[in-house]
Design a protein around this ligand. Structure first.
Ligand SMILES: C[S@@+](CC[C@H](N)C(=O)[O-])C[C@H]1O[C@@H](n2cnc3c(N)ncnc32)[C@H](O)[C@@H]1O
Length: 202
């Protein structure tokens, strides 16, 4: 496998030396920082709210959530390396007990951790079983709470159409599962726009 392919495959489950490089890209690349910031803005977090991020990577979006007054968070990622990086980035909030970081899969998030006011993921949805993800979201988000799923396709020759296709698939799944106010927002980014599908738990 070429070095490029080996690095790309690391984005699904960063580990080892190449995983560290992926952590640096996720926390330093301009497009990644923009889509993290934009997604957190979509959540419009309020003081006292509890938020869950699935596939938190090095914890950039969690740091933004936790910079808001009175917000508590849980971050889940199946990569031990990403959980370690997210813990370092959010060390103060960890110490204060405002964030809990869990090594595990989206499928395995214990229901006892919720319910959450808001739940989100950024560039994780392409790696998971999407109907199962939507079912877990329904179990973990409070009635009236919000789910935000952001996706910016990054594979070779990705186009805006790939982003729109994912948004359409999620819209159908969420609507079928009884989520309300399902809508898609788009962020102009290079090389391909990002989409965020927002939905309210009915
Ligand atoms: C492309 S990275 C995005 C990280 C972060 N959300 C960001 O935008 O900076 C994908 C992350 O999702 C995690 N991941 C992939 N599949 C997962 C699953 N089934 N459960 C939990 N985490 C998962 C990976 O370990 C990786 O940290």
């Amino acid at each position: 496998m070429s070095l490029r392919k080996r690095i790309v495959s690391q984005f699904e489950h960063p580990r080892g030396l190449l995983g560290r490089l992926v952590g640096l890209i996720l926390s330093g690349r301009g497009s990644n920082l923009k889509r993290n910031r934009w997604t957190v803005e979509q959540l419009a977090l309020q003081p006292g709210e509890a938020v869950l991020e699935v596939g938190c990577g090095p914890g950039v979006a969690l740091e933004l959530c936790l910079s808001q007054r009175g917000v508590r968070a849980v971050g889940v990622d199946h990569s031990a390396l990403m959980i370690a990086q997210a813990s370092r980035r959010n060390a103060r909030a960890v110490k204060e007990g405002r964030v809990r970081l869990i090594e595990g899969t989206v499928e395995a998030i214990p229901a006892g951790l919720g319910p959450f006011d808001k739940m989100f993921s950024i560039n994780v949805i392409q790696f998971v079983d999407r109907p199962a993800f939507v079912a877990r979201a329904k179990a973990l988000v409070k009635p009236g709470g919000m789910l935000a799923t952001t996706y910016q396709p990054r594979h070779a020759k990705a186009t805006r159409a790939d982003a729109v296709k994912m948004a359409d698939e999620l819209t159908a799944l969420l609507t079928q599962a009884g989520f309300a106010d399902v809508r898609t927002r788009e962020l102009e980014l290079k090389p391909v726009p990002a989409v965020c599908v927002l939905a309210r738990r009915g």
